[in-house]
Design a protein around this ligand. Structure first.
Ligand SMILES: *Cc1c(COP(=O)(O)O)cnc(C)c1O
Ligand SMILES: [Zn+2]
Length: 435
């Protein structure tokens, strides 16, 4: 293998990674833009020198770092200090007492990436890392195949970094997701097909155009960004791991990388080792991983997605088998819920905790509820539920299922009549509940 070269003008961080490694056969590769093992077709992953990391980091150095994912830069696949920091990460970890009480559990926390910067979903984490690495590798055009949020993140962060950007989306996405992409003026291709078809097309484009596709040829770097969802929770819990986490599954990448993040913190001595249960959430209308879990299979049968939870509607999940393995070996679960349950859960989270999440978050809360009701979450477990996207982007999903304002004239008596009416209505609702 040729030695690793760095641009001489950029300051180098003490090297904490030097190669990619096949997850299946262990073959090693230069850390370039590639994602599949040439020997066995397994996925490639960034492999770190943990002794080098342990010698560089402590709780104190991390806490003194930037207020973003880059406080964990020694655990991320960048070789220079020239990373793109748009304030991504360090989102709130909220103690969710009112939601917990409603569900009948005691120690519930919400990791709220509905307010992640700059585009209000967890995808800003993976894209910040992927584009930083893309720039180090010399790409001037970046691209992605997206279910919506990734398009928003890639377009926004590419704009900030001055990179050219091409985005491929299924043509039936929510208006908020489309508008939240085109505003940054990338080239957007709305493909007449579902996400899995978009993804297949993009694999071909990646081969012919030499662009950096964040979730295809840059996928080994991209996916590492999700580890920060593990690191932040550990740090925000006072350098401790939770007992149980619940997260949504699309490709399954996010889920597996939270696990990797916890394991790495244990490995370098930042937190004490302890078992953490991993539970995953899917929508009934696209639940290939949940079905395999239920049926006790260790392979995934692809499906054609049909659900309002479009951001997690991946019918052929690349990391599905790894997610299955983690849920099983940690004594967790993977379950799915209906679109009606997703809408109810979006409303429940908003009404109890003041968080407006998108359909993926509704899916996660609905599965959390289902697991509690089935006795699969102990009421005393410290449980962290990951909310990954913002409700303002999927308004179509709840239109017709939420209340409306009371229309009044700009006069006191008009207000008083409306007020009386609203009190009466509320009383009637209470009576209905109590009979
Ligand atoms: C992409 C996405 C996910 C899941 O991502 P994977 O890593 O592919 O499993 C979850 N929630 C939201 C809102 C997303 O956009
Ligand atoms: Zn291999």
């Amino acid at each position: 293998m040729a030695p690793i070269t760095n641009s001489p003008t950029t300051r180098s961080i003490t090297q904490t990674f030097s190669h990619l490694k096949c997850k299946e056969c262990g073959a090693k590769y230069e850390p370039i833009a590639m994602h599949v093992c040439e020997l066995c077709f397994g996925p490639l992953e960034v492999d770190y020198n943990y002794e080098a990391i342990a010698s560089k980091v402590s709780r104190e150095t991390i806490a003194a770092g930037p207020n973003s994912i880059w406080r964990y830069r020694h655990f991320l696949p960048v070789q220079t200090e020239n990373y793109i920091d748009v304030g991504t990460g360090m989102t709130p970890l909220l103690k969710a007492n009112r939601l917990a009480r409603r569900l009948g559990i005691k120690n519930l926390y919400i990791k709220n990436d509905a307010v992640n910067m700059p585009t209000l979903s967890f995808k800003d984490r993976v894209v910040s890392v992927a584009l930083s690495r893309a720039r180090e590798l010399g790409f001037s055009t970046v691209a992605c195949a997206s279910t919506g949020n990734l398009a928003n993140s890639t377009a926004a962060i590419a704009a900030h970094a001055g990179l050219d950007c091409c985005v491929f989306i299924p043509s039936d996405l929510e208006a908020g997701k489309v508008l939240g992409t085109v505003i940054y003026a990338p080239k957007v291709f709305a493909v007449n097909g579902n996400y899995d078809q978009v993804n297949r097309l993009c694999s071909e484009v990646a081969n012919t155009h030499g662009w950096g596709f964040v979730n295809i040829n840059l996928r080994p770097y991209y996916s590492e960004g999700s580890k920060t969802l593990g690191y932040e929770v550990a740090e925000q819990l006072g350098w401790q791991l939770p007992d149980h986490i619940v997260a949504p599954l699309a490709s399954g990448s996010l889920f597996t990388k939270i696990y990797k993040g916890f394991q790495e913190f244990i490995k370098v001595g930042l937190v004490e080792d302890k078992p953490v249960r991993f539970s995953g959430a899917q929508a009934d209308g696209c639940s290939p991983i949940a079905v395999a879990f239920r049926e006790g299979r260790d392979f995934i049968t692809p499906v054609k997605p049909k659900t309002i939870a479009k951001s997690i509607a991946i019918g052929n999940p690349a990391d599905g088998v790894y997610a299955l393995d983690i849920a099983r070996k940690t004594n967790g679960n993977i379950d799915s819920v209906s679109d009606a349950e997703i809408i109810e859960a979006m409303k429940l989270l908003a009404e109890t905790e003041g968080i407006f999440t998108e359909t993926a978050g509704g899916t996660t809360i609905a599965v959390l509820k289902k697991l509690v009701e089935a006795g699969k979450i102990d009421p005393d477990e410290v449980t962290v539920v990951y909310i990954t996207g913002n409700g303002l982007k999927t308004q179509e999903a709840i239109q017709g299922y939420v209340g409306e304002p009371l229309q009044i004239e700009p006069k006191l008596d008009s207000f008083e009549r409306a007020w009386e009416r609203s009190i009466t209505l509320e009383r009637l609702e209470w009576q209905e509940v109590s009979v």
